[in-house]
Design a protein around this ligand. Structure first.
Ligand code: OOB
Length: 531
């Protein structure tokens, strides 16, 4: 396995192969098999209506792969990819797999303060961006900053107007060596809890299982028309089952540039979309909008909701408002996926976050001492399995804390397991804010706040919010005059922090409440702001 990654131990690897979860195939078979079996079926539809058959997408990916090779990219090298939901994302994803080059999938919302450390950590040799987004943000400007800051980034490829950079490279297809299916295929970003980004290596065969098995429990078939409403670079929209799952099933992928009801409903009507995946605030938005918008949503059969807790009350209204079934998905880029099953009773679909995807997924619920709780009690979820990482990339010290000695990933989520095996997510022990599915590592934001000249100390906590689940509150102890929320957010923007990480509220205190051992009590701060 790539240096800096932690492989599965041989006994478990043998078990995963014997169980048929690992097939020894490269991830790219999703497309090559589809092109061979039903090349003339539509694989991909862009927002503007442009479409590609499986054969056309396959040929496009091969030309791009040859282009990457002729641009000097070598197997095992890393490239940070930051693209919105454009067709190039899909073609390029397969091109990277074929060329053996490892994409590091950043979110379009990321800015300098996220992209620079990512490029450094991965020693990226290239960076792929779009020219600009709908709001007019120019990613080439960001690319200039990144290239100056990170010398390993030799090349920048731009989808759209390249300015001084290069367009996506394309060349006549060449034959390329097949990658080792047990090695890394791509890197996903962790939601994170610390001050620095964490990269999640996903291997060919683990991610192939992830996509195929997810597609199967979600009932995906050749008739599936999947709307990519969340960023395609996120595990939920990419492979849980996401666009890769839709392709695995021989279905059609429809790309939405944004998840607004205006955009999504128009595409659902136009393309007769059957399924989509959203975070809870988007589900709420769609449910409200369906009441007054005229688009025909009758093709929609299933709405998958995950990324943050979807409460029972709105969950119980999905069928009445949107006319489709609900599937709750509790997943993580690190691996473990839980789904409510399509044939579960309504009670479980509405009140639980599903049960593990794979029979070989091991789930432990432990107390603060790390001892298993009594059945049905709540505690921290630890997990191990055929598609759950064994270690973050190049993060030895962090790994020692994030994994138990026998390789269980400490999810930081507090859950309770029902007799049926379904999980109910009750909270978390990790120092992270989940703002409507977008993850904010508290320590990272606190470090930025501490750089402000008027900030003496900073502690970031979540505050309950009806729509977002939680919003972000920054508690500050200041020297001199306290900065306003506007000043704080302007300061963070100037440091290149992604917009979703900006605090919603600033509270100034004389000092922070402390725990018995003298640490800042975030629990006390959270109680205070909730009140
Ligand atoms: C998904 O992945 P990430 O990596 O952005 O975030 C993972 C974390 C989980 O550890 C948990 O804290 C939270 O997001 N989460 C949920 C949840 N789904 C995720 N919390 C409560 N209820 C849920 N349904 O968010 C993700 C990846 C693949 C599929 C779906 C979601």
């Amino acid at each position: 396995m790539l240096h800096g990654c932690v492989p599965w131990p041989e006994d478990l690897a043998a078990e995963y192969r014997a169980g048929g979860y690992w097939t020894g195939q490269p991830l790219d078979v999703l497309l090559t098999e589809g092109a061979a079996a039903h090349g003339d079926r539509v694989a991909l539809v862009a927002a503007d209506g442009a479409r590609w058959t499986y054969a056309e997408l396959d040929a496009w990916a091969s030309r791009l792969a040859a282009g990457l090779v002729s641009a000097g990219l070598r197997p095992g090298e890393r490239v940070v990819v930051q693209l919105p939901n454009v067709p190039e994302f899909v073609a390029l994803f397969f091109a990277f797999l074929r060329a053996g080059v490892l994409p590091v999938l950043a979110l379009p919302a990321h800015r300098e303060s996220e992209i620079v450390p990512l490029c450094e950590l991965s020693e990226a040799v290239a960076y792929v961006v779009a020219d600009s987004d709908d709001a007019g943000y120019d990613y080439r400007e960001l690319a200039r900053t990144v290239q100056k800051a990170v010398p390993s980034v030799r090349q920048v490829f731009v989808v759209g107007e390249p300015a001084e950079f290069q367009s996506l490279p394309s060349a006549a297809p060449v034959s390329l060596a097949a990658p080792d299916p047990s090695d890394v295929a791509l890197f996903l970003l962790s939601g994170g809890t610390t001050g620095t980004p964490k990269l999640i290596p996903r291997t060919h065969q683990d991610y192939l299982y992830n996509a195929r098995a997810s597609a199967s429990v979600s009932g995906f078939s050749a008739d599936t028309r999947y709307l990519v409403a969340l960023p395609a670079a996120h595990n939920f929209a990419l492979a849980s089952p996401g666009l890769l799952g839709a392709l695995a099933a021989g279905g059609t992928v429809v790309l939405a540039p944004d998840p607004s009801a205006d955009t999504a409903f128009e595409l659902i009507e136009r393309e007769r979309v059957t399924v989509s995946a959203v975070v809870p605030p988007v589900a709420l938005l769609w449910m409200d909008a369906a009441e007054f918008m005229d688009e025909d949503l009758s093709s929609l059969q299933l709405l998958q909701v995950g990324g943050a807790k979807f409460n029972a009350e709105p969950a119980s209204r999905v069928r009445a408002t949107l006319g489709c079934d609900l599937q709750q998905v509790f997943g993580m880029a690190e691996g473990l996926l839980n789904f409510t099953r399509l044939d579960d009773p309504d009670e479980l679909k509405i009140t639980t976050q599903g049960r593990p995807l794979c029979p070989a997924d091991e789930v432990l619920v432990v107390d603060e001492e790390g001892d298993p709780v009594a059945p049905g009690e709540s505690g921290e979820l630890l997990t191990r399995g055929p598609y759950t990482l064994r270690g973050y990339y190049r993060a030895e010290q962090h790994n020692a804390r994030s994994f138990t000695p026998d390789g269980f990933y400490r999810s930081g989520d507090v859950v309770r397991v029902l007799p049926s095996g379904h999980l109910v997510v009750e909270g978390r022990v990790k120092d992270q804010i989940n703002r409507g599915g977008e993850k904010i590592p508290a320590e990272e934001l606190e470090n930025h706040l501490l750089a402000h000249p008027a900030v003496h100390d900073a502690a970031v906590v979540g505050m309950p919010d009806e729509v977002m689940g939680e919003r972000t509150c920054a508690f500050l102890v200041v020297r001199g005059e306290a900065p306003t929320l506007r000043e704080v957010t302007a300061f963070l923007r100037s440091r290149g922090v992604a917009a979703y990480k900006l605090p919603d509220r600033v509270e100034v205190l004389d000092s922070f409440p402390l725990t018995k051992v003298g640490k800042v009590s975030k629990a006390a701060l959270a109680r205070r702001i909730a009140g």
